[in-house]
Design a protein around this ligand. Structure first.
Ligand code: NAP
Length: 321
């Protein structure tokens, strides 16, 4: 990549999200991978994560906070499990405070000092931001699905969510155990899930979120049941979404209910299935949890923070979106 203008590092490259980030950054016209860190893959060539990087000279390293912070880069992506960002942030704050950080974990999503990176809602604050909390996957889809209705909510909407098991990361657990999930649907954290609090915090409206894990690998579908303060018919409901998202390339509004299988490998959130009954309104949202739910959005946020076009390195033309 000869035209690279910004050097970036990635901590947590072995994970599902990290692997997507490696692929997107490697193909980005204005970013260069300066380091890629995973403890388990230390010393392995980059092509272990990205087969098309066969000729790349970069090897995967295992970098602790001090080592990572000593590297001269413009931005660092943290794709670590929740609860592990703090030592990296502290080391970067001390050694190179102007280095942008995009944290994909939940660790800074409630911190007022950090910018919440949901461009469709917080774009202005992300330009030139230095500390960005990337939203959760369920939260991204739910916040975009509820945004047009927030002023009309009569009571907290119910969000029935189903995620593919990549949402549970690579650390073995029942939620990513193929045998436990076979022919199955696994409810969990039916009140108080961190994304329930995240959605409510950032929308400024209480919600009821009930997540489940399914046997498919990637993708999320949310069915959201809202009681409104006025009656809308289905065309009025969908028109409200079409108007809100007409200029948002990563939000697709469809009349029919989107299907989770069609969301996989796409960079967009799909909103549709608009159904009403008097003041009751139901909306369906789908998202690829690893892309717009994580890596794609992290790249949008880094692009904005670095002054690049928001969608640089994100191929959204025709079927690739
Ligand atoms: N999966 C999703 O759908 C999704 C969506 C949105 C946001 N997120 C968030 O993104 C983050 C990454 O998710 P993931 O699903 O990719 O997780 P994951 O598959 O479990 O990967 C975690 C990564 O962190 C590294 N790691 C684990 N413990 C570490 C430690 N103590 N110090 C340094 N590195 C450590 C692991 O590699 P080594 O063990 O080799 O170092 C691995 O690369 C999480 O915070 C998650 O909440 C995930």
């Amino acid at each position: 990549m000869t035209d690279a203008r910004f050097r970036v590092g990635l901590i947590g490259a072995r994970g599902h999200v990290g692997a997507e980030l490696v692929r997107l950054i490697y193909g980005h016209p204005s970013l260069e991978l300066a380091f890629v860190s995973s403890r388990q893959l230390e010393g392995r060539p980059l092509s272990d994560l990205l087969p098309e990087a066969t000729g790349a000279s970069l090897a995967i390293e295992s970098l602790g906070p001090i080592d990572a912070a000593s590297r001269e880069v413009d931005a660092v992506f943290l794709a670590l499990p929740n609860g592990h960002a703090a030592p990296y942030v502290a080391a970067i704050d001390a050694a190179s405070p102007r280095t942008r950080i995009v944290d994909l974990s939940a660790d800074h999503r409630f911190s007022p000092e950090w910018s919440y990176g949901l461009p469709e809602r917080t774009r202005a604050a992300l330009r030139s931001a230095e500390r960005i909390a990337n939203p959760g996957c369920y939260a991204t889809a739910a916040e975009l699905a509820l945004d047009p209705l927030v002023p009309l909510l009569a009571r907290p909407p119910s969000i029935f969510g189903v995620s593919g098991y990549s949402g549970a990361g690579t650390t073995p657990s029942p939620k990513n155990d193929a045998e436990a999930l076979r022919d199955n649907l696994m409810p969990y954290a039916l009140t108080g899930h961190v994304h329930e609090r995240e959605i409510a915090h950032h929308l400024g409206a209480a919600v009821r979120f009930m997540p489940h894990v399914a046997p498919f690998f990637r993708g999320i579908t949310l069915t959201i049941d809202c009681e409104l303060t006025l009656a809308l018919d289905a065309p009025e409901l969908s028109a409200r979404y079409e108007a809100r998202y007409a200029k948002e390339p990563l939000v697709k509004v469809t009349r029919v209910a989107p299907l989770v299988r069609d969301a996989a490998h796409k960079h967009t959130v799909q909103l549709g299935g608009f159904t009403t009954d008097g003041t009751r309104a139901v909306v369906v949202a789908t998202i690829d949890n690893l892309l717009k739910g994580a890596a794609t959005q992290a790249l949008e946020n880094a692009n904005l923070a670095l002054g690049l076009p928001e969608l640089a390195g994100i191929p959204i033309s025709n079927s690739a979106d």
